[in-house]
Design a protein around this ligand. Structure first.
Ligand code: SAH
Length: 344
């Protein structure tokens, strides 16, 4: 069986022509799937009953099932828990901003990167998500809310660069003019820093934003927070970021989760400034979201402000990420983790 929703239009066309079906059927099926966002072949009403049955013999049609939905009382942020066909769970978040709706999607079931402060990695990696499963997080949310999704960030559970081929396929389908046609400039991929994959991504010259989870300005400190730092140095990361900018012309984003007493000192801010000035970049400060499995804490607000001021003084572009959905297990992997824990 072929996973229909993961096919590009050209691939779908090839499958149909190979079975002596007419070309215009590819356009119809693609439109139902990626524009009208239907949940199965039975909704494709301009296909004959016979053709729909034939399609069911050839293709699987990925549709995620919504298991839970929580709406923040503070800011309208919505958190979704979806189940896959094989009974795995993933989470996605809808954030409403003045510039449009942004959806944060997961790229894997679990994660194997082991970042110390992150809830998504506590139970390890189960499997990669398919391109269809990534797309459907957005399709289901757009369908359920009836509101257009204009921005997508791959910052949910999983390491997108550890699922490279499917993520690239997903980006191409999402930005395809025959589908939702979300501009690549409105798509962000966040990585903990798999250097060879970052370079491979640069070579594709997509117009997406690459966000690097830096979280520390020295290798020594980074190693205490992120096991991946044992594999790649910050110097290697900076080189890869420079290469990404060269190839794509896209400014990088550096994510920096501020952890009280760990990476929030003046010296940290000075070292981070030096790094940020090495490449065209923008720093996004995120006061760490405490998870119950670890005792990391957020610095006091005035420390966060002082950290930001110091970067600004050094002419670094910096913003503090506005915290959304605090009351609904907003941070990476927390909702899924809670569901898994209650099941046990
Ligand atoms: N694996 C990718 C994308 C998923 S995580 C990556 O590492 O970038 C998205 C961002 O949220 C990363 O910057 C990650 O480090 C950060 N993050 C994870 N858990 C967090 C927490 N508890 N508090 C603050 N930021 C967190």
């Amino acid at each position: 069986m072929i996973d229909l929703k993961s096919l590009t239009y050209e691939e779908l066309l090839e499958e149909l022509l190979g079975r002596s079906l007419p070309k215009f059927r590819a356009g119809q099926i693609y439109e139902w799937t990626h524009r009208k966002l239907v949940e199965g072949f039975d909704e494709m009403t301009n296909l004959s009953k016979d053709l729909r049955e034939q399609c069911k013999q050839i293709f699987t049609f990925t549709t995620l099932k919504m298991v839970d939905r929580q709406v923040s009382r503070f800011d309208g942020t919505e958190k979704y828990l979806f189940a896959t066909e094989d009974g795995n769970m993933m989470e996605s978040v809808l954030m409403r901003y003045h510039h449009g709706n942004s959806v944060c999607i997961s790229s894997q079931i679990g994660c194997r990167m082991g970042c110390r402060f992150c809830a998504s990695t506590l139970d390890g990696l189960t499997r990669n998500l398919t391109a269809a499963e990534m797309l459907d997080q957005i399709y289901r949310i757009q369908k359920m809310t009836g509101e257009r999704v204009s921005n997508v960030v791959i910052m949910g559970t999983g390491e997108p660069m550890d699922n490279f081929d499917n993520v690239v396929r997903f980006i191409k389908l999402l930005s395809d003019e025959r589908g939702l046609h979300i501009s690549q400039r409105n798509i962000t991929v966040s990585t903990c820093g798999l250097v060879p994959r970052m370079r491979q991504l640069a070579d594709l010259k997509l117009q997406i934003t690459l966000a690097l989870s830096l979280h520390a300005a020295t290798d020594e400190k980074r190693k205490t927070l992120m096991p991946i730092a044992n594999r790649y140095t910050i110097a290697q990361l900076m080189e890869a970021c420079g290469y990404y900018f060269e190839q794509t012309g896209r400014r990088l984003t550096f994510e920096y989760s501020l952890v009280k007493g760990v990476n929030d000192t003046k010296e940290d801010a000075e070292l981070l400034s030096k790094l940020a000035r090495q490449v065209m970049s923008h720093v996004n400060l995120i006061p760490v979201n405490p998870i119950k499995e670890r005792d990391y804490e957020q610095p006091d607000t005035k420390f966060v402000e002082a950290f930001k001021k110091r970067l600004e003084k050094n002419h670094v572009n910096v913003t503090i990420r506005r915290e959304m959905g605090r009351d609904i297990d907003g941070a990476c992997g927390q909702l899924r983790k809670r569901h898994l824990d209650t099941e046990r």
